[in-house]
Ligand binder design. Structure first.
Ligand code: HEC
Ligand code: HEC
Ligand code: HEC
Ligand code: HEC
Ligand code: HEC
Ligand code: HEC
Ligand code: HEC
Ligand code: HEC
Length: 336
């Protein structure tokens, strides 16, 4: 009865607040993520609760046992691309006490048609003094990562590992990340490099990130001098295709090569390619674009990048060839 009066007079929030059994400290509702992991930090407020459950919209659930002596619970979950609707539920036995919704958005430039930010969501950074203050009681928030490039003897002792260890559970991991030399890239160098985000996080990377990559790979001078360069490489955003930490795919790519290329070049997914003009084959002028083995590079599978260089080339259409005529590329695998 009291509740409905309060609702009528617009005081529903006060009533809900007093009935709240937990607080969600992190994340902020309607936050925009550029990575697939989001951390929930939940503070239990009611002694009644013995279980928390995080329910994701695709059905994944994460159970957390609540102990009488412990109030704060931290759990990192994996987001899927796009809008994620997540419920945090508190239970006493099998009785649901409370359920609260959080909406998060994982924006991947690769999957979501480049830079379109969804309406109503905001990019937010965690590593500011303000946000980190709430964690200091239990976590070491100093960046005890050496910047001299020397590997750690025990990476599990680094401060970053404590919170980000789930990040590298992938088949292939990129050496500097696998060795937890996180600050090799997250050097927070702003100024000249990253004016736009200055002061937003301690662990920014340079913008464009290709400058970080070039520190070790030293490829830009060569690639930028090629006659033809690839659209998505030109703006220096290497991580559109590569995950800088690691991935299930070769070369730490965000998708397998064929899937990656056809994400943006969808018309090539039909299998109709280098049609008629060159290929007078059994299969009516259609050249295969994938297969188990690249004849020119037997250690790799056959895919788009067997014929095209994904970064740049002196050959037209980014073809891996000498000379100027596209059919010169055929010699790579079909020697007469
Ligand atoms: C080779 C360079 C490189 C290394 C090494 C590296 N990162 Fe990153 N990291 C990046 C880039 C680039 C981004 C994307 C930044 C952006 O979106 O603005 C990123 C993003 C992140 C994010 C945000 C979520 C995401 O995936 O986009 C987290 C968290 C992160 N890095 C943690 C770490 C930790 C912890 C380490 C050490 C184990 C590490 N990184 C090592 C380059 C690197
Ligand atoms: C009361 C102590 C306490 C506070 C405060 C606390 N944490 Fe934790 N956190 C822990 C403990 C303990 C773990 C180890 C995992 C476990 O046993 O729950 C942990 C684990 C984590 C993890 C790893 C989770 C996973 O699933 O791998 C992250 C990320 C994390 N904390 C982030 C935070 C952030 C961010 C804050 C501040 C907003 C914070 N924590 C505040 C105690 C705390
Ligand atoms: C107390 C836990 C904790 C520790 C310790 C920690 N991080 Fe984070 N970090 C987070 C959380 C939480 C986020 C936000 C993403 C998420 O929800 O998981 C984050 C985000 C980031 C991001 C994305 C940019 C930002 O500011 O949001 C980078 C990069 C990053 N961490 C790097 C590091 C590095 C490098 C270290 C070690 C020097 C480190 N982190 C230590 C919890 C932690
Ligand atoms: C601190 C040095 C360092 C930085 C910075 C760095 N890398 Fe690397 N990278 C390495 C090392 C060492 C290897 C070889 C070992 C391995 O495969 O992890 C490597 C391997 C790779 C490979 C696989 C190469 C192969 O032939 O299999 C790719 C792809 C790659 N890096 C991309 C990048 C991108 C993209 C960036 C920038 C976001 C970057 N790297 C930044 C050190 C670095
Ligand atoms: C359009 C997607 C795409 C972008 C953007 C991209 N790469 Fe790659 N990269 C690939 C693919 C695909 C391969 C595997 C090529 C193959 O089959 O040999 C690769 C391979 C690599 C390799 C290992 C072998 C080699 O070719 O040297 C390195 C190092 C590398 N990329 C670094 C970078 C850096 C640095 C940038 C940014 C300047 C970048 N990549 C941008 C798709 C991309
Ligand atoms: C993130 C989106 C994206 C990805 C992923 C991507 N491309 Fe592209 N590609 C583009 C854009 C944008 C252009 C420039 C469009 C234009 O100028 O017509 C381009 C141009 C090209 C061209 C030159 C076309 C011409 O007419 O000269 C080739 C060839 C090509 N891409 C092949 C590939 C291959 C092979 C892969 C996979 C390794 C790949 N692309 C992955 C976006 C992408
Ligand atoms: C066997 C070698 C070979 C493979 C594999 C291959 N291509 Fe090509 N590609 C060519 C040649 C040769 C041309 C230029 C002649 C033409 O367009 O018919 C070309 C042209 C292109 C062009 C520019 C002209 C156009 O048709 O739009 C794009 C974009 C392209 N390829 C993308 C891809 C993608 C994406 C894949 C993988 C699904 C792929 N290619 C696989 C050889 C190849
Ligand atoms: C990177 C290696 C590579 C390049 C470059 C390449 N091919 Fe192929 N080609 C293949 C593979 C792999 C097959 C499939 C072989 C099989 O099925 O036995 C194939 C098959 C063929 C076939 C036979 C198709 C059929 O159905 O029997 C013809 C004809 C052909 N290629 C012509 C060309 C021409 C013309 C070019 C240049 C535009 C070219 N190829 C470039 C790898 C390549």
């Amino acid at each position: 009865m009291l509740l409905s009066v309060a609702v009528l007079f617009g005081k529903a929030e006060d009533v809900n607040h007093s009935a709240t059994s937990f607080d969600i400290v992190e994340p902020i509702n309607k936050a925009l993520y550029t990575g697939e992991r989001a951390t929930f930090v939940i503070k239990v407020l009611s002694k009644e609760i013995d279980r928390l459950v995080i329910v994701q919209d695709e059905g994944t659930t994460e159970e957390i046992k609540v102990l009488p002596t412990k109030r704060t619970y931290c759990k990192t979950i994996n987001l899927h691309v796009g809008d994620n609707s997540i419920q945090v539920q508190s239970y006493h036995g099998t009785t649901l006490i409370e359920s609260r919704a959080t909406e998060l958005y994982f924006l991947s430039e690769l999957f979501e048609g480049l830079d379109d930010e969804p309406e109503g969501f905001k990019r937010y950074y965690f590593h500011t003094d303000n946000e980190e203050n709430g964690c200091k009681a239990c976590h070491n928030m100093t960046s005890n990562v050496p910047t001299d490039g020397e590997p750690f003897e025990d990476v599990t002792k680094t401060t970053c590992y404590e919170c980000h260890h789930g990040m590298l559970n992938t088949k292939n991991t990129h050496a500097p990340a696998a060795n937890w030399l996180c600050l090799d890239c997250h050097d927070g160098k702003i100024g000249e490099y990253n004016m736009q985000d200055e002061g937003k996080s301690k662990y920014l990377v340079r913008d464009p990130v290709e400058r970080n990559c070039d520190d070790c790979h030293d490829v830009l001078q060569e690639w930028h001098s090629k006659k033809y360069s690839h659209g998505p490489v030109n703006d220096g955003h290497c991580i559109r295709c590569h995950n800088p930490h690691g991935s299930e795919n070769e070369f730490f790519l965000r998708k397998s090569i064929w899937d990656l290329c056809t994400t943006c070049h969808a018309e090539k997914a039909t299998g109709k390619h280098i049609v008629s003009s060159f290929v007078f084959a059994r299969n009516k002028g259609v050249h295969p674009t994938k297969g188990p083995k690249d004849p020119a590079r037997p250690e790799q599978s056959f895919a788009c990048s067997s014929c095209h260089n994904p970064h740049g080339s002196d050959g037209i259409f980014l073809l891996r060839m000498k000379g100027t005529m596209p059919f010169n590329v055929c010699n790579r695998c079909h020697k007469k």
